[in-house]
Design a binder for this molecule. Structure first.
Ligand SMILES: Nc1ncnc2c1ncn2[C@@H]1O[C@H](COP(=O)(O)OP(=O)(O)O)[C@@H](O)[C@H]1O
Ligand SMILES: [Mg+2]
Length: 369
């Protein structure tokens, strides 16, 4: 799949932009703060219905304007699609698919898939568990719209349960309500855990093969989903285990004022040759592992939806040594790739085959070649 045309009105620092993109490689060059990442952000928005940088859509609207518009024309194996968004300053989001208004996110999610790879992703291993959970969730939300819904429900119920935990001292009668929320949380939580476990099993297999290739067979990568519950159980039994946690841990939860266990606390453990790379790996190993995980995402999407997603590489090439750069670029074959960089000197541009190069300056884009 690829994005053929991207149109923006009052999105970030673009008052008006109409871009025709190359099916293969697109390189956006420009100094800092000119609007390179904003372009990737708009494409990411078309696929995920949210920014990868902020949870507040309002920030995406050009300062002092009321509305922002994003349009993408997309080609896939089975045809052409048009996605449009109109964001307004009051937080409203209007969506259209092929010119027809839609109200549910799930009707648009999955039309376009994208994978964004930025310098933060290279720190995926080193960062805290929240980043790794986000990595899994973002992926699952794209390939399974139902997961997107369940995760939203889980977070809503979690917040409600936490609010009750905080106020139960003053109103003990809330205890029955708490039980209702615990049951709901366990229901959504068990679905989340089951989806994540299955996804990580698949990811681990693919990432291991990729990692072997990058390291010339020297390193074996393994990714494990770490949870307080026994993840080998059926969804119903996972649910029961979560309910037990909530029941047995209630005093502790009330003391802390929030829910201490559940999928919102889970993590990934990444091993190289049997050693936990987060604690004992070199920076180089951690980066290679992150690269392997990211590249596996492309393969998983391909296997789930039948086509490669669009790859968004934000300032990441200059952070990779020539070996890893070479491996990455070699893996791109049929994948539409949007690359940003501050200077084409950072990357060996001759290595790219078919490509378009654009210069980005203060919210304007000029095609150079
Ligand atoms: N809502 C907005 N309205 C107008 N300009 C914005 C908005 N949000 C960010 N900017 C501007 O966008 C620029 C940053 O764009 P970005 O794409 O992150 O830059 P880079 O080229 O470094 O990737 C900055 O100049 C910032 O002031
Ligand atoms: Mg940037």
């Amino acid at each position: 799949m690829h994005v053929d045309i991207l149109e923006l009105l009052n999105f970030r620092n673009y008052q008006k932009l109409e871009l025709k993109l190359n099916d293969k490689i697109n390189i956006f060059v420009g100094e800092n703060a000119q609007g390179k990442t904003n372009i990737l952000e708009a494409i990411y928005f078309l696929s995920s219905l949210k920014s990868h940088r902020t949870s507040r859509d309002k920030e995406l609207i050009y300062w002092n304007k009321e509305k922002a518009y994003i349009k993408g024309e997309i080609s896939k194996n089975l045809g052409q699609y048009k996605i449009e968004f109109l964001l307004d300053i009051n937080g409203k989001k209007m969506m259209k698919l092929n010119g027809i208004g839609v109200s549910k996110s799930s009707e648009i999610l999955g039309t376009l898939n994208s994978v964004v790879f930025s310098p933060e992703d290279l720190r995926l291993i080193k960062d805290g568990p929240a980043q790794r959970r986000k990595f899994i969730d973002n992926e699952l939300c794209q390939i399974r719209p139902k997961y997107h819904y369940i995760l939203g429900q889980y977070n809503k119920v979690l917040m409600q349960r936490n609010n009750i935990l905080k106020s139960i001292y003053s109103s003990p009668s809330l205890k029955t309500t708490l039980e209702v929320f615990s049951e709901q949380l366990a229901e959504y939580g068990s679905i989340i855990i089951q989806n994540r476990v299955e996804f990580i099993k698949k990811l681990s297999l693919i990432a291991r093969l990729i990692h072997r290739k990058i390291t010339d067979g020297k390193e074996e990568l393994e990714v494990i989903y770490k949870s307080d519950v026994n993840t080998n159980l059926s969804q119903n039994n996972i649910k029961q285990e979560l309910i037990n946690y909530y029941t047995n841990g209630i005093d502790e939860d009330i003391k802390k004022g929030f829910t201490l266990k559940g999928p919102h606390k889970d993590d990934l453990i990444i091993y190289i040759n049997g050693i936990d790379v987060r604690n004992f790996g070199s920076q180089g190993q951690q980066r290679t592992a992150a690269l392997s995980l990211k590249l596996s995402e492309l393969e998983i999407i391909k296997s789930e939806v039948g086509e490669y997603p669009v790859l968004l590489l934000d300032d990441v090439l200059s952070e990779l040594d020539p070996n890893r750069q070479f491996f990455l670029l070699n893996s791109l074959k049929d994948i539409q790739t949007i690359i940003t960089c501050t200077s084409t000197r950072d990357i060996d541009i001759k290595k790219f085959g078919e490509k378009s190069v654009f210069e980005v300056k203060k919210g304007t884009v000029v095609r150079l070649e």
